[in-house]
Write a protein of this length. Structure first.
Length: 122
């Protein structure tokens, strides 16, 4: 073989290897991009789920607030009669306040968590 033909064959082989490497890098990039995009979608979904939990907790807090008038009437009626609240009602009144406090903390922490997750997305 002439040296110029050998040189051409060597050069073509080298370009074929470089082309193969470029395709390999592109293939790896596409896989990594898809994996990263998938993680972003998972983060977005988690943040949205947390927002949904927070919204539900706020609705429950509103329901508890709406029972305040009834609780006051019940407490006043029991006081007027000189008796204590029935045990079930007494437990319910205490637990409503416990739930309200717990749910307020939950909404506060959920809001921060959601904001932190959304900030990861840029």
């Amino acid at each position: 073989m002439k040296p110029s033909v050998q040189k051409i064959i060597t050069k073509l082989a080298k370009e074929k290897v470089e082309l193969g490497l470029a395709e390999n890098v592109e293939r790896k990039y596409n896989k990594i991009k898809n994996d990263a995009d998938s993680l972003s979608m998972i983060i977005r979904k988690a943040a949205q789920d947390i927002d949904e939990v927070s919204d539900k907790a706020k609705n429950i807090i509103r329901e508890i607030d709406n029972t305040d008038k009834d609780v006051k009437k019940l407490t006043q009626a029991a006081d007027d009669l000189g008796v204590g609240l029935p045990s079930g009602a007494e437990v319910a009144v205490r637990q409503l306040q416990v739930y309200k406090n717990d749910l307020k903390q939950l909404t506060s922490k959920a809001s921060k968590a959601s904001n932190d997750l959304f900030s990861l997305l840029g």
